[in-house]
Design a protein around this ligand. Structure first.
Ligand code: CAO
Length: 447
């Protein structure tokens, strides 16, 4: 046999007409003693009303967003037998029908003689009401402004799932995080989508505008390629989660071009093409040796740098299906002809859509060359977990002052994007200068 108990709003201090912001149970739910049933919120704080005894939820007398005051009946439960024996006769409602006579919400006086909880005395025999013990208010106002705004129940729920609420965006009023926000976050993480991609940050961005373009003229829908969809998500993550700065510089490659052209035939005989990019790979390896922090990654904690002792360079390749970045391994151990051959093979494999996942893994630093197309500078997006990337634009003849006269020189634009969490601007400028001087003084490199 069970005992029907009406649960009322406990002493909530000076607050009245407090909104119900969460109902944590439904009719028929089996609850434990002390389990939270509803969450109330004043201007300054949130509090949970716990079950005074284990049992089954028989009635919900409030709805979400209702306002309640001390003594209002909010929930009726059928308490378990053990609880029944622990519950005084005086607190029981003998006839279930009596319980069905709902006390008007927010009108505690209409409920028969509610005993104030602060007296801690049992209510008078005829009430059938049971007031929950006073629960300390969880002062929202006392939280640092960056603390996630969530009720104690949601905090507990998040803790059980191992979810860091700082990463969850709240969808309720004033950005409060509700249960659905936490479960949606978990689903996103499990599907490997954007949430973890931002490296622990959450962004409260406005939704993109929905425009019916056909209102303005003819249109055609073209789905993104599989590669575009995959690389798009990674580019988006990297752009949002890494503080990018791009350092631009110019390298005088006039002499290098003479050398390159003189050796072009040799490469051609071997079936490959000796483009400026091959020399860029060599210069990058030399710069990575000089500035090891560029050949590094942040570890998962974001507190340590993993310095790499190998030199695998990723090359951005434009394919009909989208951008891919295959990796040339051990570039420090290969000469310019080997690099030219491997670059040719890898970019062809990429354009044929035949790269294996392993061909795109393990890179230390990437180069994105648009030199074959044009442009004077651009901002390449860092290929995480790398910490820098070199963008190369098209070289052109420019007048350069030699102290006495302007000389026509072949100048190559370099754009170095770097992760400012790891690399200082001064170091980036030095790295870019080093690259430029290596290309100018190319004979000092082990070609
Ligand atoms: N300045 C002037 N000319 C250049 C140059 C530069 N910086 N870089 C290349 N060239 C020339 C080459 O010498 C070649 O000339 P010839 O046809 O006379 O021999 C021509 O441009 C075409 O070069 P290429 O593009 O075939 O070869 P590459 O080694 O420079 O580049 C590859 C190879 C695979 C990187 C390139 O083809 C490619 O796909 N680039 C696009 C990368 C990209 O999309 N990046 C953007 C990423 S962000 O969206």
């Amino acid at each position: 046999m069970s005992t029907r108990i009406e649960i009322t709003v406990p002493d909530i201090g000076d607050f009245g007409d407090v909104p119900v912001i969460e109902i944590l149970v439904a009719v028929g739910d089996v609850v434990e003693a002390e389990q939270s049933l509803v969450t109330l919120e004043s201007d300054k704080a949130t509090m949970e009303v716990p079950a005074p005894a284990a049992g089954v939820i028989a009635e919900l007398r409030v709805q979400l967003d209702d306002t309640v005051s001390e003594g209002d009946v909010i929930i009726v439960i059928d308490a378990d037998e053990e609880v029944e024996s622990a519950t005084s006769e005086a607190e029981q409602i003998p006839e279930p029908a009596a319980a069905k006579k709902e006390a008007p919400k927010a009108a505690p006086a209409a409920a028969p003689a509610v005993a104030p909880a602060k007296t801690a005395k049992p209510p008078p025999p005829s009430t059938g009401n049971r007031q929950s013990p006073p629960v300390p208010m969880d002062a929202v106002a006392a939280l640092p402004s960056s603390s996630p705004y969530a009720s104690p129940a949601i905090r507990r729920f998040a803790r059980e799932l191992g979810v860091d609420l700082a990463r969850v965006t709240g969808s309720a009023r004033a950005g409060r995080i509700i249960r659905e926000d936490v479960t949606a976050f978990v689903k996103t993480v499990m599907s490997g989508a954007a949430a973890p991609a931002t490296g622990g940050l959450s962004f409260d961005l406005p939704a993109a505008p929905k425009v019916k373009f056909s209102r303005y003229g003819d249109i055609e829908i073209q789905p993104l390629s599989r590669i575009q969809k995959i690389s798009g998500a990674y580019l988006h993550r990297n752009w949002l989660s890494i503080p990018h700065v791009t350092q631009n510089d110019l390298a005088d490659i006039t002499d290098l071009e003479v050398f390159r052209k003189a050796n072009a035939d040799k490469a051609k005989q071997q079936g490959s093409k000796l483009t400026p990019l091959v020399f860029m790979i060599k210069a990058v390896v030399a710069a990575l040796k000089e500035f090891p922090v560029f050949n590094a990654s942040l570890d998962e904690t974001g507190e340590n740098l993993v310095l790499k002792k190998f030199f695998h360079i990723g090359i951005a390749v434009d394919t009909p299906d989208g951008l891919v970045v295959p990796v040339i391994r051990d570039c420090d151990q290969k000469d310019i002809f080997q690099l030219a051959a491997e670059l040719g093979e890898l970019s062809q494999t990429a354009r044929d859509g035949k790269l294996k996942p392993t061909d795109m893994q393990g890179g230390c630093f990437s180069i994105s060359s648009l030199g074959g197309i044009g442009g004077t500078s651009f901002t390449p997006i860092i290929n995480a977990p790398e910490v820098a990337i070199l963008g190369v634009s098209r070289s052109s003849i420019s007048p350069k002052w030699d102290g006495e006269a302007f000389q026509p020189r072949m100048m190559l634009p370099l754009s170095l994007s770097y992760d400012h969490r790891v690399i200082d601007g001064a170091n980036a400028a030095r790295f870019a200068r080093f690259l430029a001087t290596r290309l100018e003084d190319f004979e000092s490199m082990d070609l």
